[in-house]
Design a protein around this ligand. Structure first.
Ligand code: SAM
Length: 240
């Protein structure tokens, strides 16, 4: 099992564990359970706090998947643009939000173009180097002062501690266990300080820890070993 998963996930990026191979995403998007229909509460809150906008505003969903947030961008007044590394995902996104512009080949040519951007669950399936490069690319795509929301994975997330993980170094692993339906994925996990470092050139940076299933009603430290059985996310908002 282990060698199959490892071979399966090394098709395009070789053995260096730089990013999750697009072939894995293509396969996953073929299953309906990986195409959630309803938006994440955090994305809705972020767009609501950013206010409604006018028809000339453009919103980018980086790693849009099957497109559940493209309609939300539209509802808040943005012309929706979705980018994804998976063509299968983009094909579903086209059905979910027919008015969206879908970008298959990257976003590099859209410099200073977007009034808002979101990246929900799409940036951390890669090495830290890739993650940093992708966030820098998103910054270049945003107009000056435009807002960005993303989720990142904290070091308290249970995936980092799954026993079969292939260690890739620098807080990065390739998941071998399929306990979270993510076998083969490369994932990187960041401390709060690392998140601050990644966003050091942004303005108005806010970082919140969201946990699911802690059973605690008090705040806790993300690096506390007692907290290593939970689903966690950093919720990051920033201005370019
Ligand atoms: C867990 S899904 C989340 C999809 C969507 N954002 C949502 O919230 O439903 C992650 C998505 O990110 C895409 N993805 C992963 N790495 C990417 C990258 N480097 N560039 C663009 N898309 C990426 C995957 O193809 C997948 O569709």
């Amino acid at each position: 099992m282990k060698s199959n998963v490892q071979a399966w996930s090394k098709d395009m990026y070789g053995d260096r564990g730089e990013a999750t191979a697009p072939a894995l995403w293509q396969a996953l998007h073929g299953h309906s359970r990986f195409r959630p229909r309803y938006p994440s509460e955090e994305v809705v809150r972020f767009l609501a706090s950013s206010g409604y906008t006018n028809i000339l505003s453009r919103g980018l969903d980086y790693g849009c998947g099957a497109g559940r947030h493209l309609n939300v961008l539209h509802e808040f007044g943005y012309q929706p643009y979705g980018y994804d590394v998976s063509q299968v995902a983009l094909d579903y996104a086209a059905k979910t939000c027919p008015i969206a512009t879908l970008l298959a080949g990257g976003v590099h040519k859209y410099q200073c173009y977007f009034n808002v951007a979101i990246a929900h669950g799409s940036l951390y399936y890669a090495s830290k180097k890739h993650l940093v490069a992708n966030i820098a690319t998103i910054k270049l795509c945003l107009k000056r002062g435009a807002k960005f929301f993303c989720t990142l994975k904290p070091t308290c997330d249970k995936r980092l501690y799954l026993p079969d993980n292939e260690q890739l170094g620098e807080g990065c692993v390739r998941l071998v266990s399929n306990a979270t339906n993510e076998a083969g994925m490369v994932m990187c996990f960041l401390t709060r300080d690392e998140v601050a470092g990644v966003f050091c050139k942004w303005n108005d940076v806010q970082v919140q820890l969201r946990t699911v299933g802690s059973g605690r009603d008090t705040p806790f430290a993300a690096d506390d070993p007692d907290n290593r059985s939970m689903e966690c996310d950093w919720l990051v908002t920033a201005r370019s």
